[in-house]
Ligand binder design. Structure first.
Ligand code: BES
Ligand code: ZN
Length: 639
């Protein structure tokens, strides 16, 4: 899909200014505002000159035209002599920019660059304390997904949700879209009557009569955590600080699935200090949501693919909840430091899971993480992308989404686990707790983290690591030789079953019916079982497993995806229809990529992939579409 853009040419609004076309720059000015000294290749903002501090957003959500028409009024903080403030925009139609008194301000829209959109350069003067931008978003805005009633569960009302991370906020709000820049916000949002609107803010629990809603987010957050959703949404309380939103048809199942939320918040607080965002709610979105979860403050956005019916995928809740500390409180300063968000979060997620479900449970998750990490390192290395196996990345000139691999998540996790193993859990926990407390509401670069670590973990405790170990993990490739080794007895028992089955003991003897019925194995054991199956199986073997274990019909999306890889590899036709059903209904990129990827390996598989994609593509979010288009070499004319 070609991206439409009305602003290919720079526009001079008043002809007064002749700004030099601006490119994303390094903030070199150390004297004006130290905390702004950060490098972000993915934002045009120059916060060392002028920075936003608060947003007052007034928006009308127009479902008929798939547009948000809004005013974004920012409080700004400037240095003496500041002449301009630069915001990021992507495909926004700007109609006027004014100051706090309603005087028009001159502005210019600079050259558009791939992924980044354009700089909106606004002329300011001494005494300019606010800028107010009147604008509308494009129907193709990359952060917005407008669903027809058919694409929802009840099929009665349309639905809208946003996805701002990493740099898509600029497609629905003109903003300094850099994770190192934080602002609080108020919003007044109008949606069609009968809909509930929610944001990453204090939220209503019931529909209003007028379709108007007011929101407050009093803590400062970066733009990638701006979020909005609207549709036929209801609410159910789970615990004193926790609750679930979903379409009315899904709300009961959702509230049941996430009953452990409150317990997780308590476990998280016991580990690393008070939850700072008052309430923790979660919304189950329609199936096209492209991620498993998104940690929008106070309101995690989640895919319905985690409604497994047996609470087996709730580690995702632990993950998004953990971001309330790692990411939302202490934020990666730019997308090269993404591991500071995700690696810390996987570590924290594992600790919550261990606290709530025990070590033998969380070690299964750790072994799965190691499998994912090893596979990713192999893929990236085979692909000549060795530099992408470093924790600290260099994503200049690239889509920051390229950094969303198992490296940031699982190499990050194992690095922190290594530190824990080296210094002992008590010292490491004390260190992490102070890291989150002392750096709350601030951004963090990898270099600052290393300084903090050296000072507060090593020097303070008179400890040292092997020389170079830190460098190998953070700035070096692959998995360093010294690394944690998760072990799971429960998985060892699974391995024994796989090996007996490969040696021709019938599956029904190895796993008696009563064990199946009593759910002796968790879904993680099943996932491990499916992953450990041999690369080559006969059709009879596939059928034996499937007839007895019903993998093709699994309600657990992780297991289903792992099984469908075998279905594709072995051309196991009885699985095809459900493969297609899954791909047409679910839009979570994590599942789409391996499945389409496996199909694309052969000519006949590619034909099948394209056939399915033609049906599924209209249901997918931009984020998924852009990835799969590339994988399948999809052109507009295929439509
Ligand atoms: N913050 C991420 C999602 C994200 C990352 C969106 C980068 C856009 C760019 C979220 O916390 C996440 O990691 N989600 C995972 C689930 C998790 C359990 C690993 C996902 O969606 O798969
Ligand atoms: Zn995450």
């Amino acid at each position: 899909m070609m991206k439409r853009n009305k602003f290919l040419l720079p526009i001079m609004a008043f002809g007064l200014l002749s700004f030099i076309a601006c490119s994303p720059t390094e903030n070199k000015d150390e004297t004006t505002n130290k905390e702004m000294k950060t490098v972000d290749h993915h934002s045009y903002a120059q916060p060392e000159e002028a920075v936003i501090t608060h947003l007052n957003w007034d928006a009308d959500v127009d479902f008929d035209n798939k547009m948000i028409k809004a005013t974004a009024e920012f409080d700004i903080r400037t240095v003496d002599g500041a002449e301009k403030i630069i915001l990021d925009i992507n495909d926004l139609d700007i109609s006027v920019v004014e100051d706090q008194e309603g005087n028009e301000l001159a502005y210019e829209i600079g050259e558009e660059k791939p992924f980044l959109g354009s700089p909106l350069i606004i002329q300011i003067e001494e005494g300019t304390s606010k800028i107010k931008i009147t604008y509308s978003s494009s129907p193709e805005a990359e952060a917005l997904q407008w669903l027809s009633p058919k694409q929802t569960s009840a099929e009665t009302m349309p639905f809208l949700f946003t996805q701002s991370q990493a740099i898509l906020c600029r497609s629905w709000i003109p903003v300094q879209d850099s994770p190192g820049i934080r602002f609080s916000y108020n919003a007044h949002v109008t949606v069609p009557k009968g809909m509930l609107a929610l944001m990453s803010a204090e939220n209503p629990q019931e529909k209003s009569e007028t379709g108007e809603y007011d929101f407050v987010m009093k803590q400062p957050i970066p733009a990638y955590l701006m979020a909005l959703t609207a549709g036929d949404i209801s609410y159910q309380k789970v615990g004193s600080r926790t609750g679930v939103y979903a379409e009315p048809t899904v709300i009961k199942a959702a509230a049941w699935e996430f009953e452990e939320m409150e317990e997780m918040v308590v476990a998280a607080e016991e580990l690393y200090g008070p939850y700072q965002w008052d309430v923790y709610d979660l919304i189950v979105l329609p199936p096209s949501f492209p991620f498993g979860g998104m940690e929008n403050p106070r309101l995690t956005f989640a895919t319905p693919t985690i409604l497994a019916g047996d609470r087996s995928l709730t580690s995702l809740v632990a993950h998004e909840l953990a971001h309330s500390w790692s990411g939302n409180l202490v934020t990666n300063a730019n997308w090269d430091d993404f591991w500071l968000n995700e690696g810390f979060t996987v570590y924290f997620e594992q600790r919550i899971m261990e606290a709530v479900f025990g070590r033998d449970y969380s070690e299964m998750l750790a072994v799965l993480s190691m499998q994912d990490l090893e596979a990713t390192i192999k893929d990236l290395t085979d692909n000549g992308q060795i530099a992408d196996t470093h924790l600290r990345l260099n994503l200049e000139g690239r889509n920051p989404d390229d950094g969303m691999t198992d490296i940031a998540y699982n190499k990050g996790y194992f690095f922190l686990r290594l530190l824990e193993e080296k210094v002992g859990r008590d010292q490491f926990d004390a260190f992490l707790k102070s890291y989150f407390t002392e750096n709350a509401f601030k951004s963090m670069t990898t270099d600052n983290f290393i300084d903090y670590l050296n000072k507060n973990l090593f020097e303070a405790n008179n400890l040292a690591l092997e020389p170079d170990l830190l460098d190998q993990w953070i700035f070096g490739p692959g998995l360093p030789e010294i690394h944690p080794n998760p072990v799971s007895d429960r998985f060892d028992r699974v391995d024994a079953v796989v090996s007996d089955w490969v040696n021709e003991t019938p599956i029904g003897l190895l796993i008696p019916q009563e064990d199946l019925l009593s759910k002796k194995w968790s879904s993680h054991e099943w996932l491990h079982f499916i992953r450990q199956l041999p690369g080559e199986m006969t059709e009879a073997q596939m059928k034996e497993l499937d007839d007895y274990l019903q993998f093709t019909y699994s309600g657990n999306s992780e297991m289903l995806t792992a099984w469908m890889i075998h279905v594709i590899k072995h051309e196991y036709e009885p699985g095809y229809q459900n493969l297609e059903n899954f791909l047409v209904s679910a839009g979570r990129r994590k599942f789409l990529v391996p499945l389409y990827g496996e199909m694309a390996k052969t000519e006949s598989g590619m034909a099948m992939a394209r056939g399915i994609y033609a049906k599924a593509r209209p249901n997918y979010h931009f984020v998924s579409v852009s990835t799969i288009d590339e994988m399948l070499n999809w052109q507009e004319e295929n439509l």
